[in-house]
Design a protein around this ligand. Sequence first.
Ligand code: AMP
Ligand code: GLY
Length: 420
Amino acid sequence: MRVLVIGSGAREHALVLAASHDPAVTALACAPGNAGTAAVAETLGVDLTDPAAIAELAVSWKADLVVIGPEVPLVAGAADAVRAAGVPCFGPSAKAARIEGSKAFAKEVMAAAGVPTARSEVVDNPAHLDAALARFGPTWVVKDDGLAAGKGVVVTDDLERARKHALMLLDGGHPVVLESFLDGPEASLFCLVDGRTVVPLLPAQDFKRVGDGDAGPNTGGMGAYAPLPWAPPNLVDEVVDTIVRPVVDELARRGTPFTGLLYAGLALTSSGPQVIEFNCRFGDPETQAVLALLRSPLAQLLHATATGTLAEQPPLEWADGAAVTVVVAADGYPGRPRTGDVVVGSEAEGVLHAGTRRREDGAVVSSGGRVLSVVGVGPDLTAAREQAYERVGRIHLAGSHHRSDIAARAARGELSIPTR
Ligand code: AMP
Ligand code: GLY
């Protein structure tokens, strides 16, 4: 099987690495890729915002399976274009990808499917903002109704800050979504979905804020771990039954079935799991931790998902133990990151590349905000953390920063779901 992975982050590096271990894979390419994917897969050029170009590449490279990593090409219709060109594609249609591309659409689908989520209102006129804010908070949750890479959300007890953020979004022509605040720890559950059949992966948790102790602004994700030792054993079944399957059925009922990875971002509240958001693709950086534990052949699974045959697959196999990933970010991230710095130690085991490229002289240099995702595995979270941080300690990147507390509270047994 010739597998083409679309994207250039550490998630795509994790996908090509896992696919490279699948005995069914005979050729592997990544477009546009990065310095890390280039060590495992052929590197091809492509414009991620151009569905037709992605489809042409799939045909000319003779791909048997295209795996689309990021949301931007999916929302733009890349999976539709690839399928229309006759190539099996792992990733939802543009219509199904709206579950991530529009928060208002996601809310409407959840309401129709009876799925628990925060109460919400869309505000598109600044004249209606103050009255709407008065119906929420404190705590206020203000979101951009569109793709914002996790950075368009403000969660605050400060009404003035909530107002300012909403006005800024409205000024930019973006409708604003206000939500009720969900208490409880967050979890991410990734499910393979072939339109009908739902196969959950291990649950994970990511760390969205830039600083230790969840200080500072939201980022694309600063680290993650899997599985969740503090979660009740029936959590995954409960989320599939009450959240994922109803949404998959609702999308199928509307004639826009979901094919690919449906990511449920959850708050595990005192009144049960509730949806914070859906994403239409593998999460980054959770994927780096989850796939480190997967023992089943990934490319065969993704091909079965793309071709509607998930129900015929054997149950997933996982390594025992835990995985932790720590993101090494460039100076300035999540603001304007400094790029072009030499990255030393990036070829070591467990080091996945995100914002890197190879300079003409052969050196690996930073080229984005999240530069590396460093993964450790072990019999438990404490051991996995130790390995991840030991590996981070061997990396050198001038001005870089990372969180030192990824999975720390879970490893110490300090997390639990609030009780009523
Ligand atoms: P989102 O872009 O919707 O994933 O939101 C980014 C982050 O904001 C989430 O991971 C949560 O930490 C926080 N957040 C979003 N919505 C809520 C909510 N309704 N209640 C509490 N926290 C939220
Ligand atoms: N880990 C958050 C995301 O992928 O959106």
